[in-house]
Design a protein around this ligand. Sequence first.
Ligand code: FAD
Length: 666
Amino acid sequence: MKVLIAGGGVGGLVLAMMLHQRGIGCTVFEAAPEVKALGVGINTLPHGIAELDQLGLLPEMDRIAIRTRELRYLNHLGQTIWSDPRGTWAGHAMPQFSVHRGRLHGMLWDNARARLPEGTLRPGHRLAGFTQNARGVTATFENGATAKGDVLIGADGIHSALRKLLHPDDGGIRWQGVQMWRGALDFPQFETGDVMLIAGDETAKLVFYPIAPGETPGTRLTNWVIYARAGDPAHPPPRREDWSRVGKLPEVMKYAKRLKLPQLDVQAVIRASGDFYEYPMCDRDPLPWWTQGRVTLLGDAAHPMYPVGSNGASQAFLDARLLADLLASEKPAAALKAYEADRLPKTAAVVASNRQGGPERVVDLVAQRAPRGFKDLAKVASHEELAAIAGGYAAMAGFAIKRAAPPEGEVLVEVKETPAHGRVAWLTISREAKLNTLTPELMQRFIAAAEALGKDKALRAVVVTGAGEKSFVGGADINVMAGLKDGKQAKAFIKLVHGCCHAVRKLPVPVLGRLGGYTLGAGLELAAACDLRISAETAKFGMPEVRVGIPSVVEAALLPGLIGWGRTRRLLLLAETLDAATMESWGFLERVVPAAGLDAAIDEWLALIVAAGPEAIRNQKALIRTWEDLPLKEAVQAGIPAFAASWKTEEPTRMLGSFAHRPKRG
Ligand SMILES: Cc1cc2nc3c(=O)[nH]c(=O)nc-3n(C[C@H](O)[C@H](O)[C@H](O)COP(=O)(O)OP(=O)(O)OC[C@H]3O[C@@H](n4cnc5c(N)ncnc54)[C@H](O)[C@@H]3O)c2cc1C
């Protein structure tokens, strides 16, 4: 197989290296006569970096780029609206990198040249046309050259010639009048030197992030962008030759002065930059199709998107990976069709979301509701609302943290240690095809896993969840129960249900129940055994046992303490299915959030737990458990030795001391 790639940008070069890795020959035709370090900052997300890692390019990225630790959204007065740990700090297997676009391109070009046979990279070849028949495709170039291959891939960017050939009536570049001014400069390191800021409102926004080590140890090559609705959306976008024009200081300052961040003098940053550039924020409408026989599109040629949400390059890498895999396993035309069927709808969703502002909508939302800033953010926008915007974008763009799906019938134990959340274990009950219903084997595995975690002295918290989003735990497996022959077998079975709940209650650290869907019967008992329950607003709850001829038992006995006797009777005797809002109002759920914000809500509470004293949290959990079993008078008394016992460690002295000596406000 021979693949012709028009466009030696980041997408085309990654595709070429991936094809080579799979033993497929290719030639890359690049219009530019030589590679220059053009552009400024660009971000590459963990899902895109995973593809570069497949090519062994992670060390190269570390050489030229910055691992982004945090993305912080601020209003135009510098007040924090939302903050996300990024990359490995957020628990991804791969980092997020902020990098100079020209250096990324240069690195990919050099690696492709070193790896691929000589003559594979052909600068100075601008695609002008193509013909195809049943045997292959012929590309023609403006310089008069021609090339024959099995397929032709247009990776020729937002102004793609191949796209124009395939879709002569395409609506063209779309512009909503937003102009960007972009520059980079050697600048004193901001905070830890790996924080990205997005600040502003609907009038003007700043994007600010370091993209490479600086000229001196205390500096970073730092990228900035100011963007604002400076043009009339009814007018056509600036002509192509006016893209990347050198910007004029008074024009950008008109917008920069709106940004009054106490932590950063935005105008000083711009003044200290040398030349900076204008660039219209443009995209194109998603196409109805990309593929015609042996020809298709990739990267910006296929789905140019607004540069919000840091997704342009990453989506091109995902395109390249799938296309290379399919070309290695399918016939040319079938491979291109399958590639389009998978990638077109996914990327169209990202294009549409970016047009609405992508995750940066958290800034617009707060600016609309509190244009002069806020005293209490929670009164302006709820955490769930903000999490749904930020978390929802990650899920849609394919970079939400995916917990590895364990094989059916297993309990996945993942222990993660991040600066934001400390050492936390996730226990995932995996029987997604059967609503995570519990079999004896699954319960034995769960008990063993929870008991093992109980011995981990550094552990700070445990999250219990079910695989997939349809169900937390849909109950004990009805088929297994139907097969129980006598009271002896029934006893052994129910002891395992109790064993699971007991193992959770015995864990010395707080256990958060992450209830994403059906939480029924034994599943509801397991949830009741958790210390805190956070549920998706779509989750459903019930104790349906009496409907199948058995009573609700074991840890169902926790319910009166949680929701009261009357509601327990209603739940157990009427066997209704209830929604999350009802269960929250009854006091069973501590928090209900949109499904897309579930992980963010869990993360937020894990962060609060981890911010507290580790010993204090363990002592507190033990004391609460003791209180549950004692009459009030004895429960109160039990606190006295527990309080005294905390002084066995240095934690109270240390933490009380630093609180007493904290810097005073004002
Ligand atoms: C000069 C430049 C600067 C950029 N700067 C930034 C930036 O600062 N920040 C950011 O987020 N994104 C930037 N981008 C966009 C970003 O690189 C892309 O969104 C993303 O990397 C997708 O990559 P791609 O390979 O699909 O497209 P691109 O990276 O645009 O690559 C397309 C390649 O095709 C070549 N080409 C064009 N027409 C033809 C043709 N007819 N025949 C053959 N080759 C052709 C181009 O010269 C280019 O090398 C820039 C793109 C370019 C071209």
